[in-house]
Design a protein around this ligand. Structure first.
Ligand code: NDP
Length: 313
């Protein structure tokens, strides 16, 4: 068996284990949530976001399905409501500051705050070996700044609780800082991003802004950026680094006001984003996100996960 075949076998075995784990109901002791627990999912009108919404609602939470397109979002919400699930719709475009503001005001007035935020909304324009950076502004704005702006808007609205509020960022192994195949070549920059002492918002923003500048003057080609899905990989690298940074910043909060933040890679999922050529379903791709959102006890924070296990950044 070659290494690829072995990796495939391991993945399939783990997915089988997870589908068994999914059939085990959470015990009363572990269910820290109630029907009044409010989860917000971005980009939830289709794909992984839709599945995260459906699964969280199946577990008995109230889920706010958000979508940038109101018509599509309302239709999707209706389908879930007709299935007896407690799902509510609100428009939200994560790259539009006014939309984020309107949403924040609505959620505060309607529910007094939220308990869970799942940053799922994302875009990618690289299919197969195509590695265009024409859409780099949009990719970085949606995947990184959209996630960051939602986190900043929602933190003040996160309700105090014994279990702590949760933020889950849907990221990707393509954004791994120390991945073997697709990493930033600049060793110093990698070390700075890797080191908790030097990691800062300015460093992360500076890195993505430098990348965007290079996409405009063409120098990105020899800039030592990840080789595959370059703009998408940079956006997810920034999401991962920001998750680590916020994990550290939020860990100072007192008991009763805790916010746990983690990110995860859903795997290669059959959705519109991959032109349906992934190797797992959206249902499986949603699993680790839902699991992270509902973890009982004092969950990990500032970490990266895949298939319900911690992985390295
Ligand atoms: P889809 O393309 O099916 O879904 C993406 C969702 O994001 C859509 O609902 C889309 O809305 C929404 N969206 C895009 N831009 C915005 C915006 N500005 N504001 C609000 N919503 C927006 O892809 P997936 O379900 O596969 O992707 C979900 C997440 O999973 C993404 O973050 C992606 O990067 C990540 N991921 C996916 C992988 C995969 O293999 N599929 C692998 C690794 C990570 P609309 O319908 O209006 O376009």
């Amino acid at each position: 068996m070659n290494p690829q075949e072995r990796a495939k076998e391991r993945r399939e075995k783990r997915l089988q284990e997870i589908s068994l784990l999914r059939t085990i109901p959470y015990s009363e002791h572990h269910r820290w949530w109630t029907p009044e627990t409010i989860a917000v999912v971005t980009g939830a009108n289709r794909g992984i976001g839709y599945e995260i919404t459906r699964q969280l609602a199946m577990h008995g939470l109230t889920v706010i399905l958000t979508s940038r397109d109101s018509v599509v979002g309302l239709e999707t919400t209706k389908v879930l409501q007709e299935g007896g699930l407690n799902v509510v719709f609100h428009q939200l475009d994560v790259i539009d500051p006014l939309s984020i503001k309107t949403f924040s005001e609505w959620v505060e007035q309607t529910y007094g705050g939220i308990d869970i935020l799942v940053n799922n909304a994302g875009v990618s324009f690289n299919l197969g070996s195509d590695n265009s950076v024409e859409n780099a502004d949009n990719v970085i704005a949606t995947n990184y700044y959209g996630t960051k702006n939602m986190i900043q808007a929602m933190i003040p609205l996160m309700r105090p609780s014994a279990a702590g509020a949760r933020i889950v960022n849907v990221s990707s192994r393509l954004g791994r800082l120390n991945g073997r195949r697709n990493r930033i070549e600049d060793v110093k920059l990698r070390q700075e991003l890797n080191n908790d002492e030097s990691l800062s918002e300015e460093l992360i923003d500076g890195t993505v802004e430098n990348f965007l500048k290079q996409t405009k003057d063409g120098s990105w080609v020899s800039g030592g950026w990840p080789k595959s899905n370059t703009d998408y990989a940079v956006s997810k690298l920034a999401v991962n680094a920001y998750t680590r940074l916020m994990g550290k910043i939020l860990s100072d909060r007192p008991e009763g006001h805790k916010i746990y933040i983690n990110c995860y890679c859903p795997g290669w999922v059959k959705t519109a984003m991959t032109n349906w050529v992934g190797n797992i379903s959206a249902e499986d791709g949603a699993d680790t996100g839902v699991w992270l959102a509902l973890l009982p006890g004092q969950p990990a924070t500032g970490k990266f996960f895949a298939e319900r296990r911690e992985i390295s950044f």
